[in-house]
Design a protein around this ligand. Structure first.
Ligand SMILES: Nc1ncnc2c1ncn2[C@@H]1O[C@H](COP(=O)(O)OP(=O)(O)OP(=O)(O)O)[C@@H](O)[C@H]1O
Length: 439
């Protein structure tokens, strides 16, 4: 009995194999472009991914050796003395062991076990070489756990045309999907997890678009939105029907911030009386409405031109810092945006930054602003932020205590945000404590 599997040299392929292969290849040639357009994931899994797996497997050893990540098997002594192995071919160097290559929506990832003496940074340095060898858009290396690194590759820039998910209903309280992360996952600003945010970016970098997306997501929720826009309200007045209060110059801002501090202190008394540590511990009926304070152009609050302004700027800075310190537990959240944020705006800025745990850095005009936004949390993220080009408006580097990543906001135009604010104007909570400040 003969077992026909792989034809030996000189043997011809059975005609049915040739027929199936011809049908498959012609089918792919005809239906391929449509499959790729309409079912990109199926296309990627059927054709792109197997090719990539082959490429990674085939180049792994040479790549590791080329990047200096392979380790010689010879004991150091034999290398020095040349006593052993004379004439024999040298043993192959050891390369780091890799795990299964797993597909993601727009790329793949794998885990790699470090060899003795290696650290994750050795692999981070080799990421550009991996991207070149595997012909992918970018490779990111992150430390997985001691002894392991995670290598993630993306085939194309997922931020070039991010997919906008359909928003269904108001979603979770204080949680808004404002864009897409580099991994293809949703970029969610969750104010209950990270209550205060600093958003920086040069002019036309995408700050307002991000705030539009945030306001559009918060407008249908039972939250109060408060605006401080000292550029005469040019940016935030668009959402005025949905704002519980709006300050359009520094005098009003100082007053409004003082009232917000008072409101926070009142809530503190309520919590203390009820013996709970934050407003979330109160029964739902007694829980005060969460307040999200959006400050556009922080520099307008801090800039000083005369002695009189110095007192106002100081008062505004102190109130913001107090809100940031007390607010998270008492349902007051801060989103502070600015084009240029530096320590030259005054000592209050650095103190405030320390309280703003979430950082979003769009393209910036000066390295100092990127340093201010990211430097204290993730110095590695600085390079990524400085590489954002004007053509990539809306792209930003996000940093928090957990790490950093690139993301792009959904393009929410001013008209969209304005329409959403008008649609949900009836949900605007009335905050008696803020009624004194000019709306
Ligand atoms: N996420 C995005 N996707 C696509 N395009 C974007 C995105 N964000 C911004 N843009 C483009 O960049 C332009 C400027 O964005 P935006 O007004 O948000 O910048 P800005 O930083 O607020 O500028 P300024 O400080 O001058 O107000 C937008 O009109 C839009 O065309």
């Amino acid at each position: 009995m003969t077992l026909a599997s792989t034809p030996s040299a000189g043997a011809t392929w059975p005609s049915w194999v040739l027929l199936v292969a011809t049908v498959l290849v012609s089918g792919l040639l005809i239906a391929g472009p449509a499959l790729r357009r309409h079912y990109p994931m199926a296309w990627w899994l059927l054709l792109g991914f197997p090719v990539v797996v082959f490429r990674v497997t085939y180049t792994w050893r040479a790549l590791m050796a080329g990047c200096g990540l392979a380790v010689s098997r010879r004991p150091a002594l034999t290398v020095v003395s040349g006593l052993v192995g004379n004439g024999a071919p040298p043993p192959q160097p050891r390369v780091p062991r890799r795990g299964l290559i797993r597909p993601t929506a727009g790329g793949f990832w794998l885990l790699v076990r470090l060899l003795p003496g290696q650290v994750p940074e050795d692999f981070v340095k080799s990421a550009p070489a991996m991207a070149e060898d595997w012909q992918v858009h970018a490779v990111r290396v992150t430390s997985w756990k001691p002894g392991l690194v995670r290598i993630a590759a993306s085939m194309a820039d997922p931020l070039a045309s991010p997919r906008v998910p359909k928003q269904r209903g108001p979603g979770y309280l204080l949680r808004v999907a404002v864009g897409t992360l580099e991994t293809g996952a949703a970029w969610v600003m969750d104010l209950r997890r990270i209550p205060h945010w600093l958003i920086v970016g040069a002019t036309r970098s995408g700050k307002s678009t991000l705030i539009n997306a945030l306001v559009a997501g918060l407008a249908p929720q039972p939250v109060a939105l408060v605006g401080i826009d000292c550029k005469g309200g040019m940016e935030l007045s668009l959402y005025e029907p949905r704002l519980s209060a709006l300050a359009t110059n520094r005098g009003q801002a100082v007053k409004l911030l003082a009232e917000l501090v008072d409101l926070t202190l009142d809530r503190m008394t309520v919590c203390r009386t009820a013996r709970v540590r934050n407003i979330w511990g109160l029964p739902e009926k007694e829980r005060p409405v969460p307040v999200v304070v959006i400050v556009d152009e922080i520099a307008e609050l801090f800039l000083i031109a005369s002695r009189n302004e110095k007192d106002e700027a100081h008062a505004a800075g102190t109130a913001l810092i107090r809100l940031a310190q007390l607010g998270a537990a008492l349902g007051v959240f801060l989103v502070v945006a600015g084009q240029r944020v530096g320590s030259d705006l005054g000592p209050g800025v650095t103190a405030l930054r320390a309280q703003l745990g979430g950082r979003v850095c769009h393209r910036v005009a000066d390295p100092g602003t990127a340093e201010m936004a990211l430097g204290d949390l993730n110095p590695d993220a600085l390079k990524a932020a400085q590489a954002i080009t004007p053509e990539q408006a809306g792209t930003a580097v996000l940093a928090s205590g957990d790490g950093w990543e690139r993301a792009r906001s959904h393009l929410t135009t001013e008209a969209d945000a304005e329409a959403i604010a008008a649609e949900y104007a009836h949900l605007t909570p009335v905050l008696p404590a803020l009624l004194d400040s000019e709306k």
